[in-house]
Design a protein around this ligand. Sequence first.
Ligand SMILES: [Zn+2]
Length: 168
Amino acid sequence: MNHSEPAPDCYFCRVSRGEADPFIFENRSFVGVFDAHPVNPGHALLIPKRHVVSIFDLDALEEADYFSALRGVKAAIEATDLGALYREMRNRDYLRDRPKDQIEAVLQLAFLHQRPDAYTVGNNNGRAAGRSIDHLHVIVLPRYHGDVPDPRGGIRNVIPQRAHYARR
Ligand SMILES: [Zn+2]
């Protein structure tokens, strides 16, 4: 199958058609939604409307729309009352049969009502990198002072054994 053909059973194709998570952002090429399994308050996803598997498969138009979408998702996160969001998300009908542990967990966090201190922006681009749904999704993850004991290295920590190095 060609990578850009619609995939009938693809969850993010359903999302991008507006059939699942409500949009927090939309432009010509992308939609943004809040992740229903948040690892931190405001955890969002940027998803191309076209069924594209890899970030390296984006076409010129999508590339041109990418950074405005990223900024739009960031602005939407910062304009949202995240406590109210997760209290509402718990009750969404389409999430009825899915576990809510992560929603309950972020509702308990001391920094739930703070503005993000930083962002981790990333994409698990391939199965070996941890991608679980084969439709491109860029993770826009707000970060807060104290959310992990030692944030140094950030994305380097996906390979914990070699993440840390001594600076000269
Ligand atoms: Zn898809």
